[in-house]
Design a protein around this ligand. Sequence first.
Ligand code: 1GP
Length: 245
Amino acid sequence: MLAETFSSLKENRKAFAWLVDPDKCTGDRVEEQVILADKLGVDFIFVGGSLIFNHIDRLIGRIKPLTHIPVIIFPGSPLQISAQADAILLLSLISGRNPDYLIGNHVVAAPFLKESGLEILPTGYILVNGGRQTSVSYMSNTQPIPNNKPDIAYATAMAGEMLGLRIIYMDAGSGADRPISGEMIQQVSGGIRVPLIVGGGIRTPKQVKEAYSAGADVVVVGNAAEKNHGLLQELLIERDRFNNA
Ligand code: 1GP
């Protein structure tokens, strides 16, 4: 079960998730890249986006036969459900105050999720300002937490954990100008016992290292890996350095 895999991370090792955007994977490249990700030992493949034009089902159907890496839906809306995936991050956007993203969409999706048989990973999703307005912020009609307010992120993550959420995902949003600061990651990570996923705007091995050093259990990279296939390998070297130290 992936819930156990995630909860064991905090004690044991660092993990790396590759985020695949269904709209950017319309050619043959995705097959090549999935095979590469498999070879490199990517821990999780996340699939989803705040607004997508291609159904995730098609993409997941292409990925699954090529790898045993767990495919986890990172949904932007209740339309992004596919029984072909292994699990779904059931996101509650706890940095925002939009009831649809806190509970409304979950009610709409619940019967379909139950029928799908997907493993559900209840996740507190915290959006942090990454220097520009992101699609998530616009689509969800919520404000991100200011990046110089680690206390707010910390209290938000604690509240999420107290509510029973099993994972915290702190995100600066896809293509953020700057990733979440080490200071904020450190404060949040030190204050919760559930695993912490960090993503948004991470482009270099140095940034991956900073996120892990500050306490991220899982680092997510989307955009940068799409633009540069070779980068995946360089980023994973940082994960392996931590795990072999
Ligand atoms: C976005 O955390 C993810 O939700 C990944 O962001 O595409 O900027 O790597 P990037």
